[in-house]
Write a protein that binds this ligand. Structure first.
Ligand code: IPE
Ligand code: IPE
Ligand code: MG
Length: 246
């Protein structure tokens, strides 16, 4: 029986973020090139996106390429960018059929023009979709995002658009790449690594963290359900005591 039936619809994480890791090791263990792992990872992306939408998750954010990933071998970067273009072209249909809006965060201007154009095209085509937002983190680094926000805010202070007293959590949120998204409720990382790798540092302040040893290309719907069930068993106290919550 699928674990899906044990998920409660009341206590669903409204925003799930995933560090999709382990593509390279998955391929290497099978004796293949790393890129074969990335290709197979796209299947997990599709099933995860569809399952989240079906469950009623409102926001899904996927870490697809970090600012640090630019330092990988040129050929791997190039192939990843090509894979992105082909996936965007192919998956626009999945997004439309499931009423999913595409969004992107990161230093998008640094992406190759072809990727950037395809991305904007799919974002535009899906902008009216309302069941779930799928956000791709591309050329994304949390520190880069924070630096960018600080620059934008400093500029506004300098030009007397706002005063220093106006700087609060809401204002900072409004200047992050994630401006339209709520905080992350559940952060999943695959492949056994237990680190954040410069992902959404501000937005995961109170997220529940879930680590699984499964490599991303092997990540199935059942693995996703397991993570959500685990999340639903936790008590999120936000600094309060258990007694205060009940
Ligand atoms: C994650 O898998 C995908 C990207 C970072 C683009 P990796 O490529 O990091 O796979 P491992 O960690 O080397 O196994
Ligand atoms: C994080 O994975 C980035 C993405 C999943 C896109 P990495 O594989 O790049 O992370 P580190 O370098 O091992 O921490
Ligand atoms: Mg990795």
């Amino acid at each position: 029986m699928s674990l899906k039936t044990t998920i409660s619809s009341e206590n669903l994480p409204s925003h799930i973020a995933i560090i999709m890791d382990g593509n390279g090791r998955w391929a290497k263990e099978k004796g293949f090139m790393r890129i074969f792992g990335h290709e197979n990872g796209t299947k997990s992306v599709r099933t995860t996106v569809e399952s989240c939408a079906e469950l009623g998750v409102k926001h899904l954010t996927l870490y697809a390429f970090s600012t640090e990933n630019w330092n990988r071998p040129k050929l791997e970067v190039k192939t990843l960018m090509q894979l992105l273009i082909s996936s965007l072209k192919k998956e626009i249909k999945t997004l439309q059929e499931n009423n999913i809006q595409l969004n992107a965060i990161g230093d998008l201007k640094t992406l190759p023009e072809k990727v950037y154009k395809e991305l904007l095209h799919v974002i535009d085509e899906t902008k009216e979709n309302s069941r779930m937002t799928l956000t791709l983190a591309l050329s994304y680094g949390s520190r880069d995002e924070l630096i960018n926000a600080m620059k934008l805010i400093s500029d506004k202070v300098k030009n007397n658009i706002i005063s220093v007293e106006n700087i609060d959590e809401t204002l900072i949120n409004q200047h992050l790449y994630t401006q339209n998204l709520p905080d992350v409720d559940l952060l999943i990382r695959t492949s056994g690594e237990k680190r954040i790798s410069n992902f959404l540092l501000w937005q995961i302040a109170y997220a529940e963290l879930y680590f699984t040893d499964v490599y991303w290309p092997d990540f199935t719907n059942e693995n996703l359900y397991e993570a959500i069930i685990n999340y639903q068993k936790r008590e999120r106290r936000f600094g309060k005591t258990s007694e205060q919550l009940n």
